[in-house]
Design a protein around this ligand. Structure first.
Ligand code: SF4
Length: 425
C-alpha cells in the first residue's frame, strides 16, 4: 500500500536522475537539502553549459525565447502554444511541453516544413554520449505524446577541431550537428517502463535501499555521495588507486567494502594496491628504498612547480581550440643545495592571452640550472600549446623541464616524466 497520496511530477532532469539511480531521484524530490552544493569547479562547468546553450541559439537565428522559468511551466506552455501558432517564427528556444506527468523544455525547436519540427539538444561536450540520447528520448516521449510532429532529433555539440580566428565566433564552425533520430526512436519504447520503475519507490516514505557503486559517478557525479557514504569505513575500497572495474566488482561481490578487509593475496591486486593496503593496515607510510638515492642525484636548485589552467569550451584567444588548456597561474618553491627554500608566483590579470606572460615569467624564475618537479597533471599538455603558439618565447633549459615526480599518488599516476625508481603509494 502506498505511503503517500500523490507524488511529484517529473521533468527531464528528474528523469535523468532516476535513470542514474532511483535513490538519487527520491532524495532530489524529498530530501534535496542533503545534496552537496556544487563547488567552484563544478559551478564553472554548469555556468559554461549555460553559456554554450545561450550561444547555440545563434545557430538557428530568428527564434523566440520562451523565457518563463521552470517554476512557471504552465505559463511557459501557454507562451509556447502562442509561438507555435505564429508560422513566421522559424524556431523556439526553451519551448515547454508536458505529457504523462513529465515536463520538458526543448533547447532548440525548429520548423521543418508543414506541421513538422526538428528537435535539437545542445551539449557542451565534444561528442554525442549515451546520456544525450536518453535526454532526447524523454523529450520524444513527451513531445510526440503531446501531439507534436517531430521529423528529426539531433545533438548540437562543440566541434573540437574549430580554431578560433578572433572576433565573433563562427557558430557553424564552433558547433557540430549530429543527427540521432534512429537511436532516439529506438529508446523511446522503453521510456514508459522506466518511468513506472522510477516512480514506484517515490510512493514510499523511506528512500529505496541502493548501495553506492560506479553508478554514483556515471554519467554524472551524484550530489548525494557524501550523504550515502556517511558512516562508511574510514578507508573504503574506492581509495585503491586505479582499481579497475573487474577488481571493484570482485570486491563488491565478496562483500569487501574497506581496504583493511582485503586479504593480502587477494586476486587482482597490483603492486601499488598491495603497498596502499599495507600502509593502511600497518598505519605506516610507505617509503621506497630507492628514493634517497634518487633525491641525492638531483641537481640543485630543485623547483617544485604547481600551476593552474582553464580549458574553456568556447575559445577565448585567437589560435586556440575548444577545451585547449590555457595556463594562467603558477606557484614555484625553490630549494637550494644549502636547504634554503624560497617562493615565487605568477597570476595573470587581464583580458589578453595569459600564455606568453605565464611562460616568460616562469622561464625567468626557473633559471638555467636545477630540476623541476610538478604535481600537476596538465604540464605535458599545456606546455605544448605554449611552445607551439609562442615559438619566440624563451624556453626553460632541457634539464629543468625533464622533471621527476615522487611526491604524490596523483603525479605518480599521470606524469610522463616519472623516474623509473621513484614510485609513490
Ligand atoms: S550516491 Fe550513489 S547510491 Fe547514493 S543516491 Fe547517489 S547515485 Fe544513488
Amino acid at each position: 500500500m502506498a505511503d503517500r497520496e500523490r507524488i511529484p511530477n517529473l521533468s527531464k532532469s528528474r528523469f535523468m536522475a532516476g535513470l542514474q539511480c532511483h535513490k538519487r531521484l527520491y532524495l532530489a524530490l524529498y530530501q534535496a537539502g542533503l545534496a552537496e552544493a556544487p563547488g567552484p569547479g563544478q559551478q564553472a562547468i554548469l555556468d559554461q553549459g549555460t553559456q554554450v546553450g545561450v550561444l547555440a541559439r545563434g545557430y538557428v537565428p530568428g527564434g523566440v525565447l520562451i523565457d518563463e522559468d521552470s517554476t512557471l511551466h504552465d505559463a511557459a506552455m501557454a507562451h509556447t502554444r502562442q509561438a507555435l501558432a505564429d508560422a513566421a517564427l522559424p524556431a523556439l528556444y526553451e519551448a515547454a511541453f508536458a505529457h504523462d506527468e513529465v515536463a520538458v523544455r526543448v533547447d532548440l525547436l525548429l520548423r521543418a516544413g508543414g506541421n513538422a519540427f526538428d528537435v535539437i539538444e545542445v551539449k557542451s561536450s565534444t561528442q554525442v554520449k549515451e546520456e544525450h540520447l536518453w535526454d532526447l528520448a524523454i523529450q520524444a516521449h513527451v513531445l510526440e505524446g503531446a501531439g507534436l510532429e517531430v521529423r528529426n532529433y539531433a545533438v548540437l555539440h562543440i566541434n573540437r577541431d574549430y580554431v578560433y580566428p578572433g572576433g565573433e565566433h563562427d557558430l557553424r564552425q564552433l558547433f557540430a550537428l549530429a543527427g540521432v533520430s534512429d537511436a532516439v526512436r529506438g529508446l523511446v519504447p522503453r521510456v514508459p517502463e522506466l518511468l513506472a520503475a522510477m516512480r514506484e519507490p517515490l510512493w514510499a516514505v523511506e528512500p529505496p535501499p541502493v548501495d553506492t557503486g560506479d553508478h554514483c559517478h556515471a554519467p554524472y557525479d551524484c550530489p548525494f555521495i557524501a550523504h550515502c557514504h556517511a558512516g562508511g569505513p574510514e578507508h573504503p575500497v574506492g581509495e585503491l588507486p586505479r582499481a579497475g572495474k573487474a577488481l571493484r566488482n570482485s570486491l563488491a561481490n565478496d562483500g569487501i567494502g574497506a581496504v583493511p578487509e582485503i586479504p593480502a593475496d587477494y586476486p587482482g591486486l597490483t603492486d601499488l594496491h598491495a603497498r596502499v593496503r599495507e600502509a593502511v593496515v600497518s598505519g605506516q607510510p610507505y617509503h621506497d628504498p630507492a628514493i634517497g638515492a634518487v633525491l641525492r642525484s638531483l641537481e640543485h636548485p630543485l623547483h617544485f612547480l604547481d600551476f593552474e589552467t582553464i580549458n574553456p569550451a568556447v575559445p577565448l584567444y585567437p589560435g586556440t581550440r575548444p577545451y585547449d588548456q590555457i595556463p594562467f597561474q603558477w606557484s614555484l618553491h625553490r630549494l637550494d643545495a644549502g636547504g634554503a627554500m624560497s617562493h615565487s608566483e605568477f597570476l595573470h590579470d587581464g583580458p589578453d592571452d595569459p600564455r606568453p606572460h605565464f611562460t616568460a615569467a616562469l622561464v625567468e624564475a626557473l633559471g638555467e640550472r636545477g630540476r623541476c618537479a610538478s604535481t600537476t597533471t596538465s604540464r605535458p599538455r599545456s606546455s605544448g600549446p605554449c611552445s607551439r603558439s609562442f615559438p619566440t618565447t624563451p624556453r626553460p633549459s632541457r634539464a629543468s623541464w625533464r622533471g621527476w615526480s615522487t611526491c604524490c599518488r596523483r603525479c605518480a599516476s599521470t606524469s610522463t616524466t616519472r623516474s623509473s625508481t621513484a614510485r609513490s603509494p
